[in-house]
Design a protein around this ligand. Sequence first.
Ligand code: SF4
Length: 172
Amino acid sequence: MTYLYSALALLLLALVLFFISGRQRRQAGLPGGRVIYTDTQGWGKVEKPLYDADLGLTGKPDYLVEREGRIIPIEVKSGRTPEAPYDSHIYQLAAYCLLVESAYGKRPPYGILHYPNRDFAVDYTPELEAALLDLLADLRRDEHRRAVARSHEERRRCLGCGYRDVCDQRLF
Ligand code: SF4
């Protein structure tokens, strides 16, 4: 049962990465992220996943760094550096901010997305938290439906998707 619960939580976090549209972002007014300089000194590798029992959510940011008494999650992304962080990355980082607050009792004011050529600080605002909670609620609702429509028209996303072998909505 514990295994199933953990698997469900992991699945939820994985789904966050796939079922997010630009429309949701505009509706939610997600912060776009601001370019910052970060010194990788002091970044601590996260050994164990963080877990929020109330939400049944678990996840492991790549690093945590302590700044002025706050714990900041850092997610490292490979590949092309975008002009602005991708929505899916923003939601993933927001989930880590939520998990950090749950685990350490301190709310991170922001998280960091580390792309190959640029770093962005994304403010963990109450609006972003609310958008994340809405999204998780949507995912839980969809989890019990037998058919969920694809939320995008991007072949590339399907090509890189781990569910493509079992997904009847894939675009190739
Ligand atoms: S294969 Fe495409 S449509 Fe199916 S889950 Fe993956 S990204 Fe979504």
